[in-house]
Ligand binder design. Structure first.
Ligand code: 3EB
Length: 284
């Protein structure tokens, strides 16, 4: 195993990251590969298989989410450059108080500023924004894990949604740096679908209605899957985030039936109740 992410539990791999998630029990996400090398540099732990690098970072972020995001991304990019896996494909990030104000700006909006400051040079050299998830968790930390690669992926946008990096300033001074999905082509093609919610254009739809938000989210996922262009897509894993107190939503094919991890957590717009991400493989 290159990396194991425990949501509320402890397991061993080349890299392990424990994300404190209230009420999750012990749920694990596992990324496998033929390990060639693993190590640690500063706050970054990494494991590589010659083509892919899995990395994780955990640091304190209360207060100081903007600084944490900046440091985590800066350290991460330095490791990717040093190890020769310069292309970010997929990033997950979890931190507490995502909708709380910190010095008059919501912590999620501050996070976007820190992330962007760290990504400036990366973007200036023509590299592409990764697919991403940004979600609340328990504790005081900032938890990031990522998959990077020697070769770039192909960014995919959703025709139903404004690209997140083009959001108007209503959603914060710095638009979020992620793409709706990243496709990776090779012996096998993969589609990494970002955390997806009931956003159409750039507006949140169906505030307060989890069921309608879920339906809208599945429409977005269908549109991203179609835009991804895989020949025979197979949904290999799904993660569902619901606000604490909301019932897990009812999924329909092709999203139902895949291994599923359901987590109760806050989502980065206060009115959103549901968010879903997926990992899709081409063929068997
Ligand atoms: C959205 O579509 C919902 O800031 O990295 C989803 C996935 C969202 C990733 C991020 C934010 C992020 O805008 C929020």
């Amino acid at each position: 195993m290159l990396g194991v992410i425990g949501f509320g539990g402890g397991e061993q791999a080349a890299v392990t990251l424990d994300v404190p998630m209230a009420g999750a029990g012990a749920l694990y996400e596992v990324w496998r590969g033929g390990l060639t090398s693993a190590g640690r540099a500063g706050s970054v732990s990494y494991a590589e298989d010659g083509q892919w690098l899995f990395a994780s970072v955990a640091m304190t972020a209360r207060p100081g989410i903007e600084e944490a995001a900046f440091s985590a991304y800066t350290e991460l990019l330095a490791v990717l450059a040093a190890r020769g896996y310069p292309h970010l494909i997929r990033v997950w990030q979890y931190f507490s108080g995502i909708n709380d104000e910190e010095e008059n700006l919501e912590r999620y909006r501050r996070f976007n500023r820190g992330r962007h400051a760290a990504l400036k040079d990366y973007l200036a050299t023509g590299r592409r924004r990764p697919a991403a998830t940004a979600i609340g968790c328990a504790g005081d930390g900032f938890y990031l894990y990522a998959l990077a690669r020697r070769q770039p992926g192909t960014p995919i946008e959703n025709p139903r949604q404004v690209p997140a990096f083009c959001y108007p300033s209503d959603y914060g001074p710095q638009p979020p740096d992620f793409t709706r999905a990243m496709r990776v082509d090779g012996d096998c093609a993969y589609l990494f679908i970002s955390g997806t919610a009931a956003i159409v254009g750039h507006a949140s739809h169906h505030p307060g209605n989890a069921e309608a938000q879920c339906h809208e989210t599945l429409c977005n996922l269908d549109a991203i899957l179609a835009a991804g262009g895989l020949k025979t897509p197979r949904v290999a894993a799904v993660k569902v985030y619901v606000r604490p107190g909301e019932r897990p939503p009812h999924l329909v094919p092709p999203w139902a039936g895949a291994p599923q991890l359901v987590l109760a957590s806050a989502i980065c717009r206060a009115e959103l109740l549901v968010e879903i991400e997926a990992f899709v493989v081409d063929g068997a």
